[in-house]
Structures are given as structure tokens and as C-alpha cells.
Design a protein around this ligand. Structure first.
Ligand SMILES: [Zn+2]
Length: 371
């Protein structure tokens, strides 16, 4: 982004000179223009990541969690319009459009009308756009940024809308919704016709002159416990390389999808490993934010999953182990606990306090317009 800033400052000088302004006026013009350099946004969603899940990183991880680096922290209330206990579709639609909607809705209002998303709006302003997920890229959380359908299970329609959409860089799973479709259409061809470099094998170096699509699993990628490796952090870095090469501001959503799945499976090892992987990715993103002051990182969750608590651990004879704790699941469903919001970078102070999940969209827009 530094190069981008220089280009703006340089054109400001040229304009000032060509208009024959005094040096004091020139200086003011430069300051004013520099201040308006667009803010890049990185939005990270830990699906199902409530405060207990974040806490697990502090008791089961080996290093100090990257969560500790945040100073601007808030809480969000996640309910949908139809159910107090929401799902990822309504949750992500609240983040992407600024409006709460019903459960299972993707980018549509309570009366199923398509609503513009932050990704679409910023694309119109000249931003680059990116989505990274561990699930199928047509799954609820990423889909809510580019698709508008009445039900989250309409994967084939969602895939079609991705091809016709405004996403410059995406990485995740979901090959089957592009290639083995009921309508027989081969969306691999459609992606390439839309100027995508498509890689279905690995996170290769992005083609900076084109858009980039990485479809790396039939459905979802493996979980961390199944040997996924560092995909999430690597995909984030690959996206940053691409956006940086093109010297334009960007909006990128990165989802740690399987914290939620650990909760549904009541699998504490899976949940903890996914939280630690997400935290590791946060570390990579925080390094980028620190090196690029004109960025804002917001990390939050769509809802908590599992009604998790971290409580006492006992040995076989029923005696408490004082220096050990364990994860308890109260349910295999989502819960309605408030979830944490962590912010770092320009505008981070906007995210302090307690607010509704859809306010996060409005806070991001406020940061973009004011910072
Ligand atoms: Zn879930």
C-alpha cells in the first residue's frame, strides 16, 4: 500500500504545481489527499467462536495467544430476525449487508429481497476483493458476501453467482458445485472465461494480471486434526501478495470455519486445534496490519457453538487435578451468548462496546468513510 500512497501523493504534487499553488497550499493539498487514502479491510470470522472458544487458546495452546494483542474489544449480540439463536447464513448476512435477516438467508432481507453487500459496494469504489474459507466457498459465511439466495442450501445457484460476481481472489473448497452439477454446466470453463486463473490442486502463486480462484477440495478442506496444515495462514498471505501487487485497497474476509464443527461434534480436540489455527492466522494478519498502517482488522464470530465452558478436570478416582482444565459442551447446537469482537488498526476504537451483529457492517463503513 505504500506505493499506492506515493502515487496519490505524487499526483497531488503534480496537480498542485499545474494549478500554480503556493508551497503552503501544496502542502495542504498533499496532507488532505494522503489522509483520504482508502482503508483496506480484513474481516475474520471464527465460525462458532464464543468467549469460551477464545479462552481455550489461553489454556490449551503452547504460546501466548495472538488474541492478546488486541486492545479494542467489544461484544456482539448475534440473534437473527426469525430466531434468537442464529445460524451462519443470517449471521454473515448481517455482517455483509448491515441488516439482520432470517435464518438460512444469504444476502437477502427478511422478505427475500437481494441487498447489496460490503464486498459489492467496495468493489464499486475500486477496491480489490477476496474470500478465504475452509468450507466450500459456496458455504453460508463466504456466500453471504457475493450471493443473494433465499436458502443457504442452494449451492449450485450460489456457485453460479460467484462466477458472475465481484470477487477477485478466493480460496476454499466446493469443486463439486462447479464441476459435477445437476444442470450439467461446467463452471470451471465459466470461471476461466471470466478471467480467473483457476487452481484446483494447490495454493500456487497468484497471477497478478488476472483474478484468482483456488478450489482445493470437493466439499470442505480437511480439519486441522485431519492434517490440513497451514492452509488458512498461507491463503491469507497469498491474498495479501496479490492485493499488494496491484496497489489498490482491498476487502478480504477470512473464515476459520471448523471451530463451529468442533462444537457440533462435541469434539474438544477439534475445537481447540481449530481455535489455535485461527489464532495463528490472526498472528500473520496482525503482522501485515502492523506493516501497513492504513488497514483495519476486525475479528469476530457469527455465534457461539456448543454452549462451551472450561471447567475442572478430574482423575480416574474423581479427584480434581488442580493444574488441568477441560472443555464441557452443553449442547451440540449454536448458542446465543454474546460473542467477542477484536479490532486492530485505523478505526479500531469504533468496535469497543456492546452492539448488535449488523452494527459491525456500519462500523466498517464508518471507518472507511472517516479514516
Ligand atoms: Zn454451525
Amino acid at each position: 500500500m505504500r506505493n499506492f500512497k506515493n502515487i496519490i501523493a505524487f499526483s497531488a504534487i503534480s496537480i498542485a504545481i499545474s494549478c500554480g499553488k503556493t508551497s503552503e497550499e501544496k502542502k495542504n493539498t498533499i496532507t488532505e489527499v494522503t489522509k483520504k487514502e482508502p482503508l483496506s479491510i480484513i474481516f475474520m470470522v471464527g465460525d462458532g467462536m464464543g468467549i469460551p472458544q477464545v479462552s481455550s487458546a489461553f489454556y490449551f495452546g503452547e504460546d501466548t495467544p495472538n488474541f492478546k494483542q488486541f486492545e479494542s474489544i467489544g461484544l456482539s449480540r448475534t440473534s437473527s430476525t426469525s430466531h434468537l439463536i442464529t445460524d451462519s447464513a443470517a449471521g454473515a448476512t448481517a455482517f455483509s449487508t448491515g441488516e439482520k435477516t432470517y435464518k438460512r438467508a444469504i444476502g437477502v432481507s427478511s422478505d427475500t429481497i437481494a441487498m447489496p453487500t460490503i464486498l459489492e459496494q467496495l468493489k464499486e469504489k475500486g477496491y480489490q476483493t477476496g474470500l478465504v474459507s475452509l468450507t466450500s466457498i459456496t458455504h453460508a459465511t463466504p456466500a453471504a458476501y457475493y450471493a443473494h439466495v433465499k436458502d443457504r442450501d442452494l449451492h449450485e445457484d450460489i456457485a453460479k453467482q460467484l462466477v458472475d460476481g465481484e470477487v477477485d481472489f478466493f480460496a476454499g473448497g466446493g469443486k463439486k458445485y462447479f464441476k459435477n452439477r445437476e444442470d450439467g454446466v461446467n463452471l470451471y470453463d465459466s470461471l476461466m472465461a471470466k478471467n480467473y486463473k483457476l487452481d484446483t490442486l494447490e495454493l500456487s502463486k497468484p497471477d497478478n494480471a488476472r483474478r484468482n480462484a483456488y478450489l482445493l477440495a470437493e466439499e470442505g478442506l480437511p480439519s486441522k486434526t485431519e492434517g490440513r496444515g497451514d492452509f488458512l495462514a498461507e491463503a491469507a498471505k497469498t491474498g495479501f501478495d496479490y492485493f499488494e501487487a496491484n496497489h489498490k485497497p482491498f476487502f478480504m474476509m477470512i473464515e476459520g470455519s471448523y471451530i463451529d464443527w468442533g462444537g457440533h461434534a462435541k469434539d474438544d480436540k477439534m475445537m481447540i486445534q481449530e481455535v489455535l489455527d485461527f489464532d495463528k492466522t490472526i498472528g500473520v494478519v496482525l503482522d501485515f496490519v502492523k506493516a501497513h498502517p492504513n488497514t483495519l482488522l476486525v475479528v469476530t464470530a457469527d455465534h457461539e457453538t456448543g454452549g462451551v465452558s472450561i471447567g475442572k478436570s478430574y482423575d480416574e478416582s474423581g479427584k480434581e487435578i488442580p493444574q488441568q482444565v477441560q472443555v464441557y459442551f452443553n449442547t451440540d447446537q449454536h448458542s446465543t451468548e454474546l460473542v467477542p469482537v477484536f479490532a486492530k488498526g485505523k478505526g479500531e476504537e469504533l468496535f469497543r462496546g456492546i452492539y448488535e451483529n449488523n452494527e459491525i457492517y456500519h462500523k466498517l463503513m464508518q471507518a472507511i468513510n472517516e479514516k
